[in-house]
Design a protein around this ligand. Structure first.
Ligand code: HEM
Length: 505
C-alpha cells in the first residue's frame, strides 16, 4: 500500500487517512439519506429530494420564478425543490408565515445580500431584534415623513425621462428613432433612487448611458449572488474575515464600486465636525440615529433594492398596456378627461393619481401579472410546522412563488392569466380587499419585512404612466418579440424596442 498509493506516508498514517476518508464519505451519505427522509413525504421533483441541483438549475435557467410556479402547479401548494427547501404558492399561508408575530424568521440565505461581505444592511440582517431596531430608524425617511422634497425629486426625474424621449427618441412621419424603453426606464429608476439616497441623481437620463457600467455589472453579479445564497458554505467562505486578504475591496469593484464611492461621499458630508444637515432621506437616517457605517450600507441597498424592482414594474406594465388596445385607449381617455376637467396637474400629483380608478386598476393588474420581486425570499422556523396541511420539519427553508398566488383563479377569477384591469372595477368591496391584499404581498405588505421603498415605488408608478401617455404614443416595433426577459430571481430585461411619437392634440 505504501508503495502504490501513498509512498510519502508511513503505513499507519496512510491507513488512518483511508479510514478517515471512508468515514467522511459515510457521514456525508448518512446526512444525505437523513435529509431525504426528513422531507420525503413532501411532493416534488425526484432529484430535489437528494441534491440542490434542481434548485440551482432553476436559478441559472433564466426561468426561476416560472419553474417555482410550475412546481406548485404540478405538486401542489407546497413542493419540495431541494433537500432542505420547499416552495409555497398559497397566499393565505404565506401571509401567516410572513406575519408580524409569526414564529418564522429570515434564514442564512439573506446573508447573500451583504453588498459589503463584512457588514449587514436592512436586507441582509437575519437577527429579528437588530432588524426591527434598524427598520425603526429607516422608516421615517423611506415613508417620506422626514423628507421635504420626496415628490419634487421624483417629479424631476419623470421630467428627465420625458425630456430624454422628446429630445432624442421622438419618431415622426419622416424620422424613425427606435428606442429600448427597458433601458431608459432603468435610467429613470436609478436616477430617482440616487436622487433620494444621495441628494443628487447619478445622472443616467442626461448621460443616456450605463454610467460606470453599473447596469452591466449588476446584471452579471446579482444572479451569481443569488445563486450563492443557496450555498451557505460558499457564502461563509466569501464573508469570512479571515479570508479578507483574498477579496477585492467593494469600492474597487467595477460598477457597484462607483455607487459605493458615491454613497460614501454623500454620507461623509453628513457626519464629522461640521455635518451638513438636510431634511432629505439621508438626513432622516442621520437624525434617527444611523451610524455612518450603517448609512453607507443603506444608501447602497436603496440603489440595488429600488431600481430593478420599480423598473421591472414600469416596463412590464407598459408592455401590457401597449399590447392591449382596449386598456390603452381606456387609460388614455381617463388621462385626457382628467386633464380636460382640471383633475390632473402637470406633473400629476400622487393624490390626483390615487383618485384615478382605471389607473389604479392598471397599476395593480401590472404588478399582479408580472411581479418584480421574484427572489426566493425564504423563511425558516426553529420548530416543526404545518403549512397547507403538510408537515414542515424545523430548519426547512420555505420560499415563496409570487407567480403562483398572483395567478390564483379562486382569488382573481377564471381569467387570472389575462391582463384585465377591469377585474378591479365595480366589484364587491370585500372581493377588492382580498385581491388587493394578495397583490400587495408583492411588497411583503403586512409583514415585519414589508418593503421600505413601497411609498417611493407607488409614487413612481402613479406618475410614470400618466406623464408618458399624456404626451406620447408608444408602439412596439416587433410584437412577436417584445423584449428579452431573463429571470434569475431578479428580472434582467432589455430590447423592449418601441417607437415613441407625439400624441395628436
Ligand atoms: C415595485 C417595486 C418594489 C417591489 C415589488 C419591492 C418588493 C420588496 C419585497 C418583497 C421586500 C421584502 C424582502 C424580504 O425581506 O424578504 C422588499 C424589501 C425592501 N425594499 Fe422593496 N420593492 C420595490 C421597490 C423598492 C424601492 C423603490 C426601494 C427603495 C426606495 C425599496 C427598498 C427596499 C428595502 C430597503 C427593503 C428591505 C426591507 C427590510 O429588510 O426591512 N424597494 N421590497
Amino acid at each position: 500500500m505504501r508503495d502504490i498509493t501513498m509512498p510519502w506516508l508511513p503505513p499507519s498514517t496512510a491507513m488512518a487517512a483511508v479510514v478517515g476518508a471512508g468515514l467522511l464519505v459515510l457521514y456525508l451519505l448518512a446526512a444525505r439519506v437523513n435529509s431525504f427522509l426528513r422531507t420525503r413525504h413532501i411532493p416534488g421533483p425526484v432529484w430535489a429530494g437528494w441534491t440542490d441541483l434542481w434548485m440551482m438549475r432553476a436559478q441559472l435557467s433564466g426561468r426561476f420564478c416560472f419553474l417555482l410556479q410550475d412546481a406548485n402547479t404540478k405538486y401542489g401548494p407546497i413542493a419540495k425543490i431541494a433537500p432542505n427547501w420547499v416552495v409555497c404558492g398559497d397566499a393565505e399561508e404565506l401571509r401567516r408565515i410572513w406575519g408580524v408575530r409569526s414564529a418564522w424568521k429570515r434564514p442564512f440565505w439573506y446573508r447573500a445580500f451583504r453588498f459589503d461581505p463584512y457588514k449587514d444592511n436592512a436586507f441582509s440582517t437575519i437577527d429579528d431584534q437588530i432588524h426591527e431596531k434598524l427598520r425603526a430608524k429607516l422608516m421615517p425617511g423611506y415613508g417620506g415623513k422626514d423628507v421635504d422634497n420626496l415628490h419634487e425629486l421624483i417629479d424631476q426625474q419623470v421630467a428627465g425621462l420625458v425630456t430624454l424621449l422628446e429630445t432624442k427618441y421622438l419618431s415622426t412621419k419622416t424620422e424613425f428613432k427606435p428606442v429600448d424603453l427597458a433601458r431608459k426606464v432603468q435610467y429613470f429608476t436609478l436616477d430617482v433612487i440616487s436622487a433620494l439616497a444621495f441628494g443628487k441623481e447619478l445622472g443616467y437620463l442626461v448621460a443616456d448611458q450605463d454610467l460606470f457600467r453599473y447596469i452591466q455589472t449588476t446584471e452579471s453579479t446579482l444572479p451569481f449572488m443569488l445563486t450563492i445564497g443557496f450555498m451557505p458554505w460558499v457564502l461563509r467562505l466569501i464573508q469570512s474575515p479571515r479570508l479578507k486578504f483574498l477579496m477585492p475591496d467593494i469600492d474597487k469593484v467595477v460598477g457597484i464600486g462607483s455607487v459605493v464611492k458615491t454613497a460614501n461621499q454623500a454620507v461623509a458630508e453628513r457626519y464629522g465636525d461640521k455635518p451638513v444637515v438636510k431634511r432629505d432621506m439621508l438626513g432622516s437616517f442621520v437624525a434617527n440615529g444611523l451610524t455612518r457605517e450603517e448609512a453607507e450600507g443603506e444608501a447602497v441597498v436603496q440603489i440595488i433594492a429600488g431600481s430593478d424592482t420599480s423598473a421591472t414594474a414600469i416596463r412590464s406594465t407598459l408592455l401590457f398596456i401597449i399590447t392591449n388596445p382596449l386598456v390603452y385607449r381606456r387609460l388614455q381617455s381617463e388621462i385626457d378627461n382628467g386633464i380636460k376637467e382640471g383633475r390632473i396637474s402637470s406633473p400629476i400629483t400622487d393624490t390626483e393619481a390615487r383618485n384615478m380608478p382605471y389607473l389604479q386598476a392598471v397599476i395593480r393588474e401590472g404588478l399582479r401579472m408580472w411581479p418584480p420581486a421574484t427572489a426566493a425570499l425564504p423563511k425558516v422556523s426553529d420548530k416543526d410546522q404545518v403549512v397547507c396541511g403538510v408537515h414542515i420539519p424545523a430548519g426547512t427553508n420555505i420560499a415563496w412563488a409570487p407567480f403562483s398566488f398572483l395567478r390564483n383563479r379562486d382569488i382573481f377569477g377564471k381569467d387570472a392569466d389575462a391582463f384585465r384591469p377591469e377585474r378591479w372595477l365595480d366589484i364587491d368591496p370585500a372581493k377588492y380587499r382580498a385581491m388587493d391584499q394578495t397583490v400587495m404581498m408583492e411588497f411583503a405588505s403586512g409583514s415585519r419585512w414589508e418593503c421600505l421603498g413601497k411609498t417611493v415605488a407607488q409614487i413612481e408608478l402613479n406618475k410614470a404612466y400618466v406623464e408618458l401617455l399624456r404626451r406620447f404614443d408608444i408602439t412596439l416595433i416587433d410584437p412577436t418579440n417584445p423584449w428579452t426577459s431573463f429571470n434569475a430571481a431578479v428580472f434582467i430585461q432589455s430590447d423592449m424596442n418601441v417607437i415613441v411619437t407625439r400624441r395628436e392634440a
